[in-house]
Design a protein around this ligand. Structure first.
Ligand code: ZN
Ligand code: ZN
Length: 347
């Protein structure tokens, strides 16, 4: 039986017919399987949700009782049977709790990777390669021009600016889920031990990461701190804070922004980022193509971004490539790269 006959593209999202569930549905459904907590994947109001414990905790924090009717958690590797379909989660390396969904039915294995990256991230479990018959991949940075530099180089830029401007606050725009905690953890890993100041909108998810054992060092609220005390310090805040009134409380702030899109100069200007830091939680072109080769699937379905180039790449390897036109996904790669839902909810 063809894989597209049991895992279907519908207006609500990817639908597994024999199991009667949707993966990351963008409208409320009876049974949702959610890959991770970003707002373009985890939406409120489903009657039942299956996700990792971390993702459910994130959804509870963001949506409260609206997180879903029945919340069912499955740890990485734990097997579930739903209507004869076997399902398990594997780490996707994207943000805390992010998962690939491994589906098996009648001898066919489909892996829906959700959002993922391959480079090490101290705040979440690394992506696990799972050989399969069909690999469903994101393509946020699915063009050969997108090659993210090493994280250490970007963090070094930030530390250089901090050392260079003792009179200024270095204001780093970060999305609340994933990017904030990763930038903090990377700074710690680079040996930065001073307190980090954070916008109130980042507090809740930083606390949650800590509850799951992610070390972030000393964090202090930026709101309420004396203006003078913030000179020479690193302050993290949602991207919109770079240009809004909030930043006026900081001494001569130097606006920085951590995002994969900072590769594109126009985007950095648009954000008002004088110090663009190319730090992405999405796979770049090399990571995408490496992953397609490693999973060895004869069929690759591409969604969530620049689909055509990756479909073409799959074809060039002799694989069947298919662009999935899923609606409800940002064509620029989800809220964590775009801003949007998350920021509004957390601010
Ligand atoms: Zn995401
Ligand atoms: Zn996404």
């Amino acid at each position: 039986m063809k894989p597209e006959s049991w895992l279907k593209v519908t207006p609500r999202g990817l639908y597994c017919e024999p199991g009667d569930f949707y993966i990351d549905p963008h409208r409320p459904v009876g049974r949702a399987v959610v890959t991770h907590g970003h707002g373009d994947h985890a939406r409120p109001g489903n009657r039942a949700v299956l996700a990792t414990p971390e993702t459910l905790a994130i959804m509870r924090k963001r949506y409260g009782v609206e997180a879903g009717g029945k919340l069912d958690e499955a740890r990485y590797g734990e097997r579930r049977e739903i209507g004869g379909v076997s399902l398990r989660f594997l780490p996707a390396g994207h943000v805390l709790g992010s998962a690939q969904v491994v589906l098996e039915w009648q001898g066919c294995r489909i892996v829906v990777s959700g959002d993922y990256k391959r480079r090490p991230d101290p705040t979440c479990a690394p992506f696990e390669v799972c050989p399969c018959d069909v690999f469903v991949t994101e393509a946020t940075f699915g063009l050969p021009v997108f090659r993210h530099p090493p994280d250490s180089e970007e963090i070094a830029k930030l530390l250089t600016a901090q050392a260079q401007f003792p009179e200024r606050a270095i204001l780093v725009g970060v999305y609340a889920l994933g990017k904030a905690q990763r930038v903090i953890a990377l700074l710690r890993r680079a040996g930065y031990q001073r307190p980090l100041y954070i916008h109130g909108a980042l507090q809740g998810l930083c606390d949650l990461y800590r509850d799951f054992g992610v070390e972030l060092g000393e964090l202090r609220p930026a709101t309420g701190a004396a203006k003078k005390a913030l000179a020479g310090e690193i302050v993290l805040a949602p991207p919109s804070s770079l240009t809004d009134r909030w930043s006026r409380r900081l001494p001569d702030p130097l606006p920085a922004m951590a995002s994969g899109w900072m590769r594109v100069r126009a985007r950095a200007r648009q954000r008002g980022a004088e110090l663009p830091l190319i730090l992405s939680d999405h796979a770049d072109w090399d990571e995408l193509t490496q992953t397609i080769r490693e999973v060895g699937a004869p069929e690759v379905w591409v969604t969530h971004g620049n689909e055509e180039a990756l479909v073409h790449y799959a074809n060039s390897l002799g694989l069947r490539g298919r662009a999935l036109a899923l609606i409800g996904r940002g064509d620029e790669g989800g809220e964590e790269e775009q801003g949007g839902v998350q920021e509004e909810l957390e601010t």
